[in-house]
Write a protein that binds this ligand. Structure first.
Ligand code: UD1
Length: 426
C-alpha cells in the first residue's frame, strides 16, 4: 500500500487546479440510468470512487467510455449510455467499497420497476443508515423489503408522485428521490431537502435531460415527473471540499496560492472562518486566492451543519488548523456521530485536543511534531497530511488509498507549491 511522506514548515506559493466535485459526479453518473440515450459529463475528476461507480454501472450493463485514457485531459469527459441494462442488482462486493453506490436505487427502480441494492453496511464515520432513502421511495409507491442484506424494491406499475418530508437533511436521500421523482407519474414535493451545491448540479443536469424541477437550491423542491428523459451534456461543478482543503493547507503553512477552476460562492462558510482565523481570501477571475503572510492563526469555533453551514467534510481539516492557532477552539460535529477518529492521531503529533461527546476542545500549541500516522476515512486522511505540513520533522501517512478516493494527485499539487511531500510506492 502506498504511503505519503512529508516534512512540514515550508510556506506554499503558486497555483493549484481544482477538479470537478466527486460528490456531484457520483449521483450524476447514476442519473445516466434514467435514460436510454447518452449522458456526457465533463470535468470528471480522476478518483478511485469514480472508477468504482463506473464499474458498478458497467455491471448493470451501462456502456461507459472516455474521450481519452484515465489520467489524460480528454479523460475528463465521460459518456454513459444505459440503452441496454443487463442487471438491476447492485452486488455487495461493489457497494461495500463505496456507500454512494446506493444512488443507483432510485433511478433503476424508476425506469425498470425493480432494483436490488446491497445494504452499504457499517462505515468508519458512523452507522449511516439508508432509512430515509427507503421511506421516500415507499412514499412514491415502491414495495421494499430488506432481505439477506439487500434492499429489494419493486414498483411494477411505476412510481407515483407524493409529498415527502424528510425528518432530517440527507444529501444522498434527496438525490435518490430527485432521480426517482423525475420518472414518476405526477408531481413530487421534497420538503426539508438538502441544499448542497451537488444537489443543485444534479437538478441542473436532470433539467437538461428534460425533467421539470422547481425550487432548485432550496429546501422545498417540486419535481413534475416525465414518462421518459433524454440524453444531455453536463459540466460537473467544482469540488468545494477539495477547494477548502487546499485553502486550509495554505492557512496552516502560510504563503499565497491561487486555486483555479473553482468558485468562492461554493464555500462561503469556509471562507468566513478562514478570514476570522486570520487569512485573506479573495475572488479572482479564475477562482480565488488564499494567503497568510506573517499573521498568526487565531482560534475560532466551528459547528458542522448541512449546507450552507460549515461542511462536515471540512471538519477534520479545520481541526488541524486550530491545533496550531493562538488560543482555544470548540469544534462541534452535528452530522455524523463518530467523526473524530483523527483526534488520537493528531494527539500523537503533539496536538492538545479534548473530546466531549460531539464537541472537541482544541487548545493551540506552538508546533506539531512529525510521526507515522494512519486514518480510517478520506477526510481524516487528508487532515493528517495537513498536520504533517504543520509539523516539525517527518510525517508518514499510511493507507493512502483513502486519499485516492477523493483527492487527485494531492502530493503533486502540494509539491508544485513548495511542500516537501512525496508518495512512496509499495
Ligand atoms: C454525503 C456526502 C458526504 C458528506 C455527507 C454530509 C456524497 C457521496 N457523500 O453523504 O461526503 O459527508 O453527504 O454532507 O455525496 N441519515 C440517516 N438516514 C438516511 C440517510 C442519512 O439517518 O437514510 C443520516 C446519516 O447517518 C447522517 C446524516 O443523515 O448522520 C447526513 O447523511 P447524508 O447527508 O445522507 O450523507 P451522505 O449522502 O451519505
Amino acid at each position: 500500500m502506498d504511503r505519503i511522506r512529508l516534512r512540514g514548515g515550508r510556506p506554499l506559493d503558486g497555483s493549484i487546479a481544482i477538479g470537478g466535485a466527486k460528490n456531484a459526479a457520483l449521483p450524476l453518473m447514476a442519473a445516466s440510468l434514467l435514460t436510454p440515450q447518452t449522458l456526457t459529463l465533463g470535468n470528471v475528476p480522476h478518483l478511485a470512487d469514480i472508477a468504482t461507480m463506473a464499474h458498478l454501472l458497467q455491471q448493470h450493463g451501462v456502456d461507459v467510455s472516455m474521450d481519452g485514457g484515465n489520467g489524460t485531459p480528454e479523460g475528463r469527459t465521460i459518456h454513459l449510455n444505459a440503452g441496454t441494462i443487463t442487471s438491476t442488482v447492485a452486488p455487495y462486493d461493489l457497494v461495500r467499497k463505496m456507500r454512494a453506490s446506493v444512488l443507483v436505487l432510485g433511478p433503476l427502480l424508476a425506469r425498470f420497476g425493480e432494483a436490488e441494492v446491497s445494504l452499504p453496511g457499517g462505515c468508519a464515520i458512523g452507522t449511516r443508515p439508508v432509512d430515509l432513502h427507503i421511506m421516500g421511495l415507499k412514499a412514491l409507491g415502491a414495495e421494499i423489503a430488506v432481505e439477506g442484506g439487500y434492499i429489494k424494491a419493486t414498483a411494477k406499475k411505476g412510481l407515483k408522485g407524493a409529498v415527502i418530508r424528510f425528518p432530517m437533511v440527507s444529501v444522498g436521500a434527496t438525490e435518490n428521490l430527485l432521480m426517482a421523482a423525475a420518472l414518476a407519474e405526477g408531481t413530487t414535493v421534497l420538503e426539508n431537502a438538502a441544499r448542497e451545491p451537488e444537489i443543485t448540479d444534479l437538478c441542473d443536469c436532470l433539467i437538461a435531460m428534460g425533467a421539470e424541477i422547481e425550487g432548485v437550491g432550496s429546501e422545498h423542491i417540486t419535481v413534475h415527473g416525465k414518462p421518459s428523459l433524454q440524453g444531455a451534456r453536463h459540466q460537473i461543478v467544482p469540488d468545494r471540499i477539495e477547494t477548502g482543503t487546499y485553502a486550509a493547507a495554505v492557512a496552516i503553512c502560510g504563503g499565497r496560492v491561487e486555486l483555479t477552476g473553482t468558485r468562492i460562492d461554493l464555500i462561503e462558510s469556509v471562507v468566513d472562518k478562514l478570514r476570522e482565523a486570520g487569512c485573506s481570501v479573495d475572488e479572482t477571475p479564475r477562482g480565488m486566492t488564499i494567503a497568510r503572510n506573517g499573521s498568526r492563526l487565531r482560534g475560532v469555533d466551528f459547528l458542522t451543519q448541512p449546507y450552507p453551514g460549515f461542511p462536515t467534510d471540512m471538519q477534520a481539516q479545520a481541526m488541524v488548523l486550530m491545533t496550531v492557532a493562538d488560543g482555544a477552539a470548540m469544534i462541534t460535529e452535528t452530522i455524523f456521530e463518530n467523526r473524530f477518529m483523527h483526534v488520537p492521531e493528531l494527539a500523537r503529533m503533539g496536538a492538545n485536543i479534548v473530546v466531549h461527546g460531539s464537541s472537541a476542545l482544541v487548545r493551540g500549541v506552538p508546533k506539531l511534531t512529525g510521526a507515522p500516522v494512519m486514518a480510517t476515512d478520506l477526510r481524516a486522511s487528508v487532515s493528517l497530511v495537513l498536520a504533517g505540513l504543520a509539523a516539525e520533522g517527518e510525517t508518514t501517512v499510511n493507507r493512502v488509498y483513502h486519499l485516492d478516493r477523493g483527492y487527485e494527485r494531492l502530493e503533486e499539487k502540494l509539491a508544485a507549491c513548495g511542500a516537501v511531500i512525496e508518495r512512496l510506492k509499495d
